[in-house]
Design a protein around this ligand. Sequence first.
Ligand code: PMT
Length: 377
Amino acid sequence: MGAPSSSQGFSTESYFQTQRPPTGLKEKSDRMHGFVEKWKAVKGKKVVLVTSGGTTVPLESNTVRFLDNFSAGTRGATSAEYFLSQGYAVIFLHRLHSLRPFSRHYSHSLNPFLDLLSIVPSESDSSSSIVVSPEHTKSLLPILQAYHEAQSSGSLLSVEFQTVNDYLWLLKAVTASMASLGRRGMFYLAAAVSDFFLPEEKVAEHKIQSNKGTLSLEMDQVPKVLKPLVQEWTPEGYIVSFKLETDPQLLIPKSRAALSRYGHQLVIGNELHRRKYEVVFVERNSHSSSARPEKGSGDDRIKGTETPPIVEFAESNKFDVNGLVQKEEYKEMWLRLDDLKDGAAVAGKGRDGEVEIEELIIKELLNRHQRWIDAKE
Ligand code: PMT
C-alpha cells in the first residue's frame, strides 16, 4: 500500500503500513514484554508505562538536522520515581539522553556530580580516595537507596526512543504486551509527541544543501494514536494523557475535547510556564452517562468510577441531531504547589527538601487507578 497524499493524512493503520519499524524494535519489545510478564505473575502488582521527553523528526535519513521540542523529560523522570515509591513496576519509555529517574537530581547542568565529591588525600596520589562531601550525603542517601531498591527488585525498565517513528512503534508494541494486564496497567503519556513528521519518501537521503538559500518543508500530520490505544489496543488500561498549552484559556476546553474525542479516563492539563507548579485534572463525571458516544468508543470505560474532591465543577451542553440537549459534564481539579500552606507537612517532603508537583499527581492517580481496578471486581 502506498502512502496517502498529504491532504488525506495518515490514519494510524496506514502509518504502520507505510513507515518502517526502527532498528532494534524486536529486542526492545521483547524486553518490555518480558518485564510485563514477570510482574503480571505477581498478584496485585500494578504496572505503569511512563512516556517521557520529546520526539525528534529527522529531516535527512543520514541525519544531520532534525526538528525537536523543549521537553527535558522532567515530568516523566520525576513521576517514574514517585510511581516506584508507591509500589508500581515502571516501564520508562524515554527520549535518548533526556532526564532519567534518580540521576535527574544530578544533571550535568543543574547539579554536576563532580561537585558532590571530595578527595581524601593520602601520601601517594594513587591511594587517595573519593567520598561524597558530608554536606551532600544527606540529600544523596535517600536517592541512592531508592535507586538501589529499584535496581535490585528489577521494578524499573528504561527503554529509549529518539524519533517520533521510534516512539510510535514502541508505544504500539508495549501496549500490546500491557493489554494482558487488564486494569492493572496504567498509561501515563507525558512525552511531548511531535504533531508533524516527514514520511519516509519525503526525507532527503543526504544532508540538505544550503546553496538554495531557503528551505521549504511540507510535513504530514502524525496520526493521533491515542484513539486506537484507548479504543482497540488496550480496552482496559487506565489511561492518562497530558495536554500542554501556552494559552491558559485553551487548557480546559482542549483537555475536555481530548476526553470527548478519545474516551479515556483522565487528561492532565498543564500550561508551559506554570507546569512545575500547577496542573489541572480534567475528567468526566461518573454520572454523565448521557455523554456516551457511538458504540465502541472508550466512554464505556468510565462506568462505575468516581472521583474525589471536585475543586471546580464545570458543565457544558451538546446538542444531538434532533436538537435535544445532551448534557456532557466534566469536572476539573487543580493541584497547585502554591496552595500548600506547609508544603512538607501536606505533601510529604521531597528528596531535595522541596515538594514536587509529581508527588501530588501520583498520589491522586493511585486512588483513581485503584477505583478503576475495583470497579471491575
Ligand atoms: O518534560 P518536561 O519539560 O517536564 O515537560 C513536560 C510536558 C509539558 C511535555 C508534559 O507535561 C506534557 O504536557 N506532555 C504532553 C505534551 C503533548 O505532546 O501534548 P499533545 O497535545 O501533543 O498530545 C496530547 C496527548 O496525545 C499526549 O498525551 C500524547 O501522548 C498523545 N498523542 C500526541 C500526538 C500523537 N500523534 N498521538 C498521541 O497519542
